[in-house]
Design a protein around this ligand. Structure first.
Ligand code: GUN
Length: 297
C-alpha cells in the first residue's frame, strides 16, 4: 500500500480562507478586530522564524497584530509586567509567549501569568484542566491541528486504537486527552508511549492512528507500523542546510519506508507545522468572540 499524503499545507489554507471570511464578518457586523500579541524574548533563530510566520498569518487574516520582541537579558519581572499590560489591553484577545524562554526566566510563572481567557496557546493550568474534564475553551495549537487534520481527512477516530509516542505537555499529553474524551471527533482508545516504554513496537503495531511526537529522527521505522495505519508525524528535525542556507527538515518517522505501509501519512515539512499556526489563529478568533460576548459553537 502507498499512503495518501495528508497535506497540512492544503488543509491549513482551506481553514485560513474560512477564518478570513469570519474575521470580515466580525469586523463589519460586530466591530470586533481579533488582536494577537506574540512575545519573543531573545533571538533564537527557530523562534524568530516561528513568531514571524505567526505574525504574517495574523496580518493576512486582518487581525490587529503586535510583535513584541525583547532582549535575551529581559528580567522575569519585566516580562510579567508586560504580560499584565496585555492582559488588561482590550485590543488584545490572544497572548502568545514563544517558548523556550531564556534559562533565567521561570517558564511556569510566565505561563501562569497569562489571563486564561487570552491564553490562545492553551498552556495555562486552567485551560489544561478544562481540557482534561472535557470543557475546553482553547486546545493547544499542535494537538488541535492534528485532530482537525484527522477530521478533515475523514479518518475515523471513534473506537480507533490511537498510539501516541511522546508525553510532552505541548503535544503528547494533550492530544491523548483530547482523543479519549467522550465527545465527537474523539472516543478513541489511547495509549501513551515514552522513553521508558518497554517494547515500543508492540504498542505502535496496534495503532490505527499513530501520532509520533518523540523529538527524535527515525523514532518510528516501517517495522513498527501496522499495514494501513494513519501516521501523523509531529517531529521537526534539522538534518542539514541547502546550498542557499535553508534548513532541511525531516520528521520523527522514516517517511519513505513508512509511506509504503501506511494508508495515510503527514509529510515534514508541510504536515502538522502549517496546522499549528492556523489553529493559533482559530483560537484568537475564538478569544475575540468570547470577549465580545458572541456565542461560541
Ligand atoms: N515553541 C514551540 N512550539 C510552541 C507553541 O506551540 N507555542 C509557544 N508559545 N511556543 C512554542
Amino acid at each position: 500500500m502507498t499512503a495518501k499524503i495528508i497535506s497540512g499545507k492544503e488543509i491549513a489554507a482551506a481553514i485560513l480562507e474560512e477564518l478570513k471570511a469570519e474575521v470580515s464578518v466580525l469586523k463589519l457586523k460586530h466591530n470586533v478586530e481579533p488582536g494577537l500579541v506574540t512575545i519573543l524574548v531573545g533571538d533564537d533563530p527557530a523562534s524568530v522564524s516561528y513568531v514571524t510566520a505567526k505574525q504574517r498569518t495574523a496580518r493576512d487574516l486582518g487581525f490587529h497584530s503586535v510583535q513584541d520582541i525583547r532582549p535575551a537579558d529581559t528580567s522575569e519581572e519585566t516580562l510579567l509586567k508586560t504580560i499584565g499590560d496585555y492582559n488588561s489591553d482590550p485590543a488584545i484577545h490572544g497572548i502568545l509567549v514563544q517558548l523556550p524562554l531564556p534559562k533565567h526566566i521561570n517558564e511556569n510563572r510566565v505561563l501562569y501569568a497569562v489571563n486564561p481567557d487570552k491564553d490562545v496557546d492553551g498552556f495555562h493550568p486552567v485551560n489544561v484542566g478544562r481540557l482534561m474534564i472535557g470543557d475546553a475553551r482553547f486546545y493547544p495549537c499542535t494537538p488541535y491541528g492534528i485532530r482537525e487534520m484527522l477530521v478533515r481527512t475523514g479518518v475515523p477516530i471513534e473506537g480507533a486504537e490511537v498510539v501516541v509516542v511522546g508525553r510532552s505537555n505541548l503535544v503528547g499529553k494533550p492530544i491523548a486527552m483530547m482523543l479519549v474524551q467522550k465527545q465527537k471527533a474523539a472516543n478513541a482508545t489511547v495509549t501513551i508511549c515514552h522513553t521508558r516504554t518497554k517494547n515500543l513496537k508492540e504498542h505502535t503495531l496496534r495503532a490505527d492512528i499513530l501520532i509520533v511526537a518523540a523529538g527524535t529522527r527515525n523514532a518510528v521505522t516501517a517495522d513498527m507500523v501496522r499495514e494501513g495505519a494513519v501516521v501523523i508525524d509531529v517531529g521537526v528535525n534539522r538534518i542539514g542546510t541547502t546550498p542557499e542556507g535553508k534548513a532541511i527538515l525531516r520528521g520523527d518517522v522514516d517517511f519513505d519506508a513508512v509511506k509504503e505501509k501506511a494508508s495515510a501519512i503527514t509529510p515534514v515539512p508541510g504536515g502538522v507545522g502549517p496546522m499549528t499556526i492556523t489553529m493559533l489563529m482559530m483560537n484568537t478568533v475564538r478569544a475575540a468572540k468570547f470577549a465580545a460576548g458572541i456565542a461560541l459553537e
